[in-house]
Design a protein. Structure first.
Lengths: 397, 143, 176
């Protein structure tokens, strides 16, 4: 196949909510190859985390991404709790589970709406987002904000779930959206026009998925049964249990179905956790800062999120490393999109549910010699600040 | 002419620009179009091209890679227009101050008419921001 | 002919039959629920000017400016990320995050708020020490220490150097 055209998608495109750049190499209407270039949302979170105290970092890492905004602070707190050997109270573990699963529901409904919008089905987009609203309003009552919950802190959670007011509200909200969600799931599977748009598009085979180490619903839609909640249970998942949904076709329809089935399963998990939640304190104040390192792993709506923290005994961490799930899923766009037609390009990109703001980490590679190198943050910052000064001089009003 | 001002105020078309934000403000902007808040009642439509827009909704602290694109998009939006900086990051870089890759809040690069602080601002606050921005169209013509 | 079940039609008809879901804001008010993390307010009666909030703000939205006679603690709502850390760490519970969410403005310098407290000067040398409320709070906490009664209030109002000097005098005089 010869390349006779290249089409740039991005950084700003009507179908995309974040700046990202895809260069599609085309042979007529068929896509031959894709070049992915990111970096527009790099804010230097790891650099900032090494200059803030442990209590400020959960609030900073919450703002890595808006849709996974509970996952990152929970993962960071778990990493620090492992480093300092803190035992989180039981009630706090259950509250973390409940908030995490409610966030999964809202994230999957958000994605389903965006996917429906991309295939041109605006009615479905509006209905998915309509049924997502009660979850956002529930969060506003439980946590004080629709998106940035600020629930997790080192040693537990900051706010309690009131058994009289909040429990009834959560159950009422879930019973309100569950029948509609079932109807919308059937609207996807039983509508021949929708199936024609998303069935057998963007297929990722099981071998490809394993080789590329994809995580999350993308892996579970290709037959890999991996889920951190089942493999390495954290929070209250060992007590509450999870039913992992796995499909084998690997196309966009499977990815959509896995997410919708997971959203329904999350509702059951929340109900089980609310029934079994024990009484007790919600927060344990850490007594001392233990030097050492630790890893926190959490199943985000997009896959496995890993945080690494190294502590040197002071109140500022020595190193914080974040590996977001989209870091593993975005390279899998390339084998899925090769051979597809141009009209399906944005759907295939959206089907892996990429969260580019989560993914913006930095590595130094010399393109000419094909070698990676490492440099400490301070010299990197000095080099970039000089460049930013020149950019500011050119770009400023 | 009065009829142009009236039309601009009654059906402002918006273009949304993310200059490196965490996506919370962007989700709330898309939320404002969904059935719960439904700004289409005010005639606001989200457009795909800056050349079709009257209102530019900017989110995010400006990162170095986005800087030149932000200027280019601003130059393509036809005049008169209003720029609304949505979120604390667009107003003042928020908690990212001191990072090597942040080139400063939006008003260091393009002139901003209305600021909507919040992390993220509630959709009702974004509606307030757009309504305040539309008043600028009236004010611009009167002086 | 195969019959196709269009579930979406059922969903659409249900939406049409039920009450309109749209919130008619701004025609009707839409207050935030209790517990919403909105604009922060200071209670000037309770604030001691200790600046614990300033130290713990992740976004550096709070500033403490001491210029001799006055300490000003200023918050810039355009930088605040509404996380609630200041409310958590304030020892006097002088900060509350209210339910005000709409802070729209045309000039971002206008959305600032501040509290001002008088700083007491040292009774011996005149250097600024701390706010009156901070001094009273410390006195309350050290009231169990053995201090000669006529010197208690005087000692608390001194700067650190003068305090050391006066305490040395008292020790030599055998009164401590």
């Amino acid at each position: 196949m010869s390349i006779d055209a290249t089409l740039p998608i991005g950084p700003y495109h009507p179908a995309l909510k974040e700046p990202e750049f895809f260069k599609l190499f085309l042979d007529g209407e068929k896509i031959v190859d894709v070049a992915i270039r990111l970096g527009y949302t790099h804010r230097g979170i790891e650099y900032l985390a090494e200059r803030k105290t442990y209590n400020e970092i959960p609030i900073l890492v919450e703002r890595i991404c808006g849709i996974c905004s509970n996952v990152h602070p929970m993962c960071f707190c778990q990493a620090v709790e492992e480093t300092w050997e803190l035992q989180v109270p039981d009630r706090a573990r259950y509250i973390r589970t409940i908030v995490g699963e409610l966030e999964r529901i809202h994230s999957h409904l958000l994605w389903a709406g965006i996917a429906a919008h991309i295939i041109g089905y605006d009615t479905l987009f509006m209905h998915f987002w309509k049924h997502r609203e009660p979850v956002c309003e529930l969060f506003e009552v439980l946590t004080g904000n629709r998106q940035n919950y600020a629930m997790n802190c080192i040693g537990g959670v900051r706010r309690d779930i009131d058994p009289t007011k909040h429990k009834a509200l959560i159950l009422e909200t879930l019973s309100q959206i569950r029948p509609s969600l079932l109807r919308l799931k059937n609207a996807v599977t039983e509508d021949p026009v929708v199936r024609a748009r998303i069935e057998n598009i963007g297929v990722l085979s099981r071998d490809q998925a394993r080789k590329l180490c994809v995580v999350g619903p993308v892996a579970r839609a290709s037959g890999l049964a991996i889920d951190v909640r089942k493999d390495e249970p954290y929070a209250a998942y060992r007590e509450v249990g999870v039913d992992v949904k796995v499909l084998t076709e690997g196309d966009v329809l499977s990815k959509m179905l896995v997410r919708l089935l997971e959203a329904l399963e999350s509702m059951e998990i929340v109900k089980r956790a609310l029934d079994a939640i024990p009484q007790g304190p919600i927060r344990l104040e850490p007594k001392e800062i233990v030097p050492g390192d630790g890893i926190g792993k959490v199943e985000a709506p997009r896959g496995e999120d890993i945080h690494y923290v190294r502590s040197n005994g002071t109140d500022i961490p020595e190193r914080v490393k974040i590996r977001a799930p989209s870091y593993m899923n975005v390279p899998s766009i390339a084998p899925q999109i090769k051979g597809a037609s141009l009209a399906d390009a944005s759907l295939i990109i959206a089907a892996v549910d990429p969260c580019f703001c989560c993914t913006e980490r930095i590595a130094l590679a010399d393109v000419k010699t094909n070698r990676e190198s490492s440099v400490d943050f301070e010299s990197l910052a000095q080099r970039w600040r000089r460049k930013s000064k020149y950019s500011r001089k050119d770009g400023c009003v | 002419m009065k009829i142009f001002d009236w039309s601009r105020r009654k059906s402002p078309w918006a273009f949304h620009l993310n200059t490196g934000s965490c996506n919370n403000c962007d989700i709330e902007i898309v939320d404002v179009l969904t059935p719960r808040f439904d700004v289409e009642r005010f005639g606001i439509l989200l457009q795909g091209s800056p050349r079709h827009a009257d209102v530019l909704l900017v989110t995010g602290p400006v990162t170095r890679q986005v800087l030149s694109r932000l200027r280019r998009v601003y130059e393509q939006v036809p005049k008169p227009n209003v720029v609304v900086a949505v979120g604390t990051c667009a107003t003042s870089t928020g908690c990212y101050e001191g990072s090597y890759n942040i080139v400063g809040p939006v008003d260091r690069v393009i002139p901003v008419d209305v600021y909507v602080p919040g992390c993220p601002p509630r959709p009702q606050a974004i509606i307030d921001g757009v309504v305040a921005a539309l008043e600028k169209f009236k004010a611009e013509r009167s002086d | 002919m195969k019959t196709v079940k269009l579930r979406i039609i059922v969903e659409v008809l249900r939406s049409l039959a039920s009450r309109a879901y749209t919130l008619k804001y701004p025609k009707i008010a839409s207050p935030a629920p209790q517990g919403f993390r909105g604009k922060l307010e200071y209670d000037i009666e309770k604030c001691t000017g200790c600046a614990a909030c300033v130290e713990n703000c992740p976004a550096s939205a709070l500033k403490s400016i001491s210029d001799g006679d006055r300490r000003t603690i200023e918050v810039w709502y355009g930088k605040c990320i509404y996380c609630g850390r200041c409310e958590e760490v304030c020892p006097e519970r002088a900060i509350t995050l209210t339910t005000t969410y709409s802070l729209v403005t045309g000039r971002k310098e206008d959305i600032k708020s501040s509290v001002q407290l008088e700083i007491n000067r040292c009774l011996r040398c005149g250097k600024p020490v701390a706010t009156a409320r901070q001094i009273d709070k410390v006195r309350l906490q050290v009231k169990d220490l053995v201090l000669p009664e006529d010197y208690d209030a005087y000692l608390s109002s001194l700067c650190l150097d003068c305090k050391k000097a006066v305490q040395a005098e008292l020790l030599l005089a055998g009164r401590m």
